[in-house]
Design a protein around this ligand. Structure first.
Ligand SMILES: C[S@@+](CC[C@H](N)C(=O)[O-])C[C@H]1O[C@@H](n2cnc3c(N)ncnc32)[C@H](O)[C@@H]1O
Length: 198
């Protein structure tokens, strides 16, 4: 049988451990390092399909917490008490409507990724547009001192985006988890202390 180049250590481990995607190990590493998700938290998970981050979040927040996931694709293999899915395109989603639908969040996660074209500048700018959209959602939906995690592709405008986030969060860190594929240009920005001046 021809080897599948995507079937690596993390993909196999995810299957064995019954996670819906290998990307769970990125969130797990970030969570362990930055203490992102706490028991009882309410999470917004942007770009939640196929559902491993929401699955991980539900486990961490426990029965008193909740996760709302948003994606254009429905995560059909994830159904759990405490999970609500909203099918929407975040680029056109009305954040004011969303703020009337769901309560303020302790954590906003964004693993949003555009379909890649291979044209570096185009992929970077689409990824950044999704990151900015996640930031807008966080601005409306995060509780004071809330936490934020956002994937973006590395590029020349990344520093600019980090500076924008620094005006909203006490602390912004850039991090590349071990499970990130070697040839990927993605990095994660971790924000803490929403609305707290440095
Ligand atoms: C890398 S996957 C997320 C994986 C997920 N964190 C997990 O662990 O299962 C990125 C997701 O972003 C979603 N996405 C990309 N652009 C979007 C948009 N404009 N609106 C909503 N979802 C979008 C894709 O449909 C895809 O499911």
């Amino acid at each position: 049988m021809k080897p599948n180049r995507w079937d690596d250590y993390y993909a196999r481990r995810a299957r064995e451990e019954k996670w819906l995607a290998r990307s769970v190990y990125k969130l797990q590493e970030i969570d362990r390092k930055f203490k992102l998700i706490h028991r009882g938290d309410r999470i917004l998970d942007l770009g939640c399909y196929p559902g491993s981050w929401s699955q991980y979040g539900l486990k961490k927040v426990g029965p008193k917490g909740e996760v709302v996931g948003i994606d254009t694709h429905a995560p059909q293999r994830l159904s759990a008490p405490g999970f609500r899915f909203i099918q929407a395109d975040v680029l056109t989603l009305d954040v004011t409507w969303l703020s009337e639908e769901i309560s303020l969040r302790h954590v906003v996660l964004s693993d949003l990724a555009p379909p890649t074209t291979g044209i570096r500048a185009r992929d970077e700018s689409r990824s950044l547009a999704l990151g900015r959209r996640a930031m807008e959602a966080a601005r409306t939906l995060l509780r004071p001192k809330g936490r934020f995690l956002c994937k973006v592709f590395e590029g020349e405008d990344l520093v600019c985006f980090e500076q924008e986030l620094s005006t909203e969060f006490r602390n912004i860190k850039r991090f590349r988890p071990k499970a990130t594929r070697k040839n990927s240009r993605e990095v994660y920005l971790v924000g803490s202390g929403f609305g707290v001046q440095p």
